[in-house]
Design a protein. Structure first.
Length: 341
């Protein structure tokens, strides 16, 4: 097989063709609520805006970068949440970029005074592109001088950007301190290929089950204002094609300081080690409604130290508006989402 053909197979592999593709993820998954589950749209029953950034494996020559921005709002009259988000995932070597604009809707079914069930949907318009600036062909490699020539006789066409529609659904049960949800992304299984005349593969459905519980620890006075201290536990299991992953973590909110510790991996799955990361998080929650978080992934997998883990930053701002009959009251925030503000 010629070098060119081998190269095509390799690029298709990286692009998620024959072996399918896996979505990028955030370690602070609770801080990217709309990306986690469409049913979380409007879940705080207020208005919310947020930003997320993740830099994965900065120790390598080429790394991965993820960006997200979202806004959602809850309408009491319609018992509905509305949201919009922009996401972008970039692989710097082959400059593979996947970007989308997503629109969200959720409906809140009130089960009792403190229990609700929310149903949400997401429609995303996605664009993928790639560049081949860093590709080295076989005829460029000089084994005798151990050098790489600048030119090659091989020529391949540029990958033309393409677009597709992506549909997702989710459900969410909430009580005063508990939340439990499930989501199904890419239910239409859109095709993944830069070559429209060939069917190299598709984006498999990603499903997840996630939940958390918030333990109130009482209030205290801090610079003349009251803060509700709390401890939270949360987990997120997801599966996409052959890929499986679970995140389990805890957070502590004391006064305005937030600290957290999480673990990612499934030890002993099929008798094989599956250790990924230990995640440390620190953040601050301000009285204005702003929450800032930073986390670092310590890699404990085989690829380990040389990747230098991953850095992640989240920024959220909560508009204290809520129910027109009770405007500007923090009491409108659901306790189970207090850590997600």
């Amino acid at each position: 097989m010629r070098i060119k053909n081998l190269l095509f197979c390799f690029i298709i592999f990286l692009s998620g063709g024959l072996v399918h593709s896996q979505d990028f993820h955030y370690s602070q998954f609770y801080a990217a609520p709309l990306y986690l589950n469409p049913a979380l749209t409007g879940s705080t029953e207020l208005s919310r805006v947020g930003l997320n950034y993740r830099k994965q494996w900065p120790g390598l020559t080429h790394d991965f970068n993820s960006y997200s921005a979202y806004f959602d709002h809850y309408s009491f009259d319609l018992r509905s949440g509305f949201g919009v988000a922009v996401n972008s995932f970039q692989e710097t070597n082959f400059k593979i970029v996947t970007s989308d604009v997503s629109f969200f809707y959720s409906y809140n079914l009130k089960l009792s005074e403190t229990m609700n069930f929310r149903m949400g949907t997401q429609a995303a318009f996605v664009r993928r592109s790639a560049a081949l600036d860093n590709i080295i062909f076989g005829d460029q490699i000089d084994l005798f001088s151990r050098s790489i020539n600048a030119t090659s006789i091989d020529q391949i066409p540029e990958f033309e950007p393409y677009n597709y529609l992506d549909i997702s659904f989710g459900g969410l049960f909430t009580s005063e301190y508990l939340w439990l949800g499930s989501s199904f992304h890419h239910v239409n299984e859109p095709g993944l290929t830069f070559f429209p005349d060939n069917d190299f593969g598709f984006l498999p459905i990603k499903w997840s089950v996630h939940g958390g519980y918030n333990f109130p620890l009482g209030a205290n006075s801090y610079f003349g204002s009251k803060f509700d201290n709390s401890a939270s536990i949360m987990a997120n299991y997801k599966q996409q094609g052959p890929f499986k992953q679970i995140d389990v973590g805890t957070q502590l909110l004391y006064q305005s300081l937030i600290t957290g510790l999480s673990y990612r991996g499934i030890p002993g799955l099929r008798g094989m080690p599956n250790q990924d990361s230990i995640i440390l998080m620190i953040g601050v929650k301000l009285e204005t409604g702003m929450v800032i978080g930073y986390s670092y992934d310590f890699m404990i997998s085989n690829i380990g130290v040389q990747t230098k883990g991953a850095h992640e930053i989240s920024l959220r701002y909560q508009f204290f508006m809520g129910d027109p009959r009770d405007r500007n009251q923090r009491s409108r925030i659901l306790k189970c989402f207090d850590f997600m503000m």
